[in-house]
Design a protein around this ligand. Structure first.
Ligand SMILES: Cc1ncc(COP(=O)(O)O)c(C=O)c1O
Length: 406
């Protein structure tokens, strides 16, 4: 096959290994080396509590947190005090949705608009609210995986408290029309929450839209560690989003998200948030070539999908979703592994792991038996161009197999 084994010569013999390419960056990313440096510094050397005001360790920690707040804020063009650190996008989504409950009840606004393709970290808190007397309208996407802004806007009612829509879909990579929804809500009081776990730091402009009140951010999707994220709570003029905390404690994060701040994780998130902006200069240099390569992969994807699916690409990352059917012959693994790995029985053939049927794909209006299973890939930004070609080849080859087994 096209993937060449790597021969390792050791004193006691020759070992042949197949290269392994991680393609599941929508699920999580490895640490950026610059982020790792910052993380270790605040774990090992500057380990003060940012709440300790009486000594230099505390002051250093506080400065690190402030810097991280600025770094995160600058990505979405908000003020540092509008950034709340959380454990990740799951917590941010919960806080954004459940934190508005008291305000909704007090103001008799118990209607929420969302979509059928949200992450479970949005759908589950919404389900909880439905069981507590709130009404949720779930807008269906079209066959291309995009929710139409007009459908979201026409679901608005005078008693709508919140509109919560994801920016980039984690299963398909498809970008939702958040800008259009935000402009359409210019004269409506409802709060607008965007789950930006997949887009923060990758799509620059949309999240700067000042009509977006709440933005969920996840660190481990942008080369920071797991367990850290943020909720942006943008003020409208002087008015804060009337969020109530879900936990109570020492008053950190304006009392809305109490608990000793994990300074090392926060500093790492700040560094990761700054990295994409810094990296963009490098991206621009190779943009033409990358675009060509991306175009080729996309064309292959569309061909395989035979027009039934639009491959979605997030910024310069290769993110796409392909359909395929189980070969039944063991060519494609079908259990929850997470990487495309060379190797396997017989040596040399590729085994695909991590194939799954996400709940979101079922809402696209296609006959599920035609759709088969989704295959999602999003490569690591650190991969060398050689391994990018390997990825492109892998995809190309897999498509040939997909087409062959149909
Ligand atoms: C769109 C979306 N929202 C929320 C989450 C949850 O993020 P976290 O892992 O930071 O809790 C994810 C993670 O997969 C996601 O893709």
């Amino acid at each position: 096959m096209f993937v060449k084994p790597i021969d390792i010569h050791l004193a006691w013999g020759l070992f042949r290994v197949m290269p392994s390419v991680y393609l599941d960056c929508n699920a999580t990313t490895p640490l950026d080396p610059r982020v790792r440096q910052v993380l270790l510094r605040y774990l090992d050397e500057e380990y003060g509590n940012e709440g300790s005001r009486t000594h230099e360790y505390g002051s250093a920690a506080k400065r690190a947190v402030q810097q991280a707040r600025d770094q995160v804020a600058s990505v979405v063009d908000c003020k540092r005090e509008e950034v709340l650190f959380t454990s990740g996008a799951t917590e941010s989504n919960n806080l954004a949705i459940l934190g508005l409950v008291d305000f909704g009840i007090a103001n008799n606004r118990r209607h929420i608009v969302s979509t059928m393709i949200e992450h479970k970290a949005v759908l589950e808190p919404l389900a909880d609210l439905e069981s507590r007397g709130f009404e949720v309208t779930y807008v269906k996407p079209q066959a291309d995986g995009i929710v139409r802004a007009v459908d979201v806007l026409s679901a608005l009612r005078p008693d709508t408290l919140l509109v919560t829509v994801m920016h980039v879909n984690n299963e398909t990579g498809v970008i939702q029309p958040v800008d259009e929804i935000a402009s359409g809500m210019a004269n409506h009081l409802a709060f607008l929450h965007v789950d930006a776990a997949q887009s923060f730091g990758k799509i620059a402009v949309t999240l700067k839209n000042q009509r977006i009140d709440l933005i969920s951010v996840s660190g481990h999707k942008i080369y920071a560690p797991k367990g850290i994220g943020a909720l942006i709570t943008r003020r409208r003029g002087y008015e804060k989003v009337p969020l109530k905390p879900l936990m109570f404690g020492g008053g950190q994060e304006r009392g809305i998200r109490p608990g000793t701040l994990p300074v090392a994780l926060i500093a790492a998130l700040g560094e990761a948030a700054a990295c994409p902006i810094l990296a963009r200069a490098g991206w621009r240099r190779n943009f033409g070539r990358r675009l060509q390569r991306r175009g080729r992969v996309e064309a292959q994807a569309s061909q395989a999908a035979r027009g039934r699916f639009r491959a979605g690409i997030v910024d310069a990352e290769v993110a796409f979703k392909l359909r395929h059917e189980r070969s039944g012959g063991g060519e494609f693994g079908d259990e929850g592994g997470e990487e495309v790995r060379g190797g396997g029985a017989g040596g040399g053939e590729l085994r695909f792991q991590g194939v799954h049927q996400g709940h979101q794909l079922l809402h696209f209006g296609h006959d599920p038996s035609l759709f088969g299973e989704g295959w999602q890939g999003n490569r690591d930004k650190h991969r060398s161009s050689q391994s990018q070609i390997l990825v492109a080849d892998t995809v190309r080859e897999s498509l040939r197999l997909v087409i062959a087994v149909r």
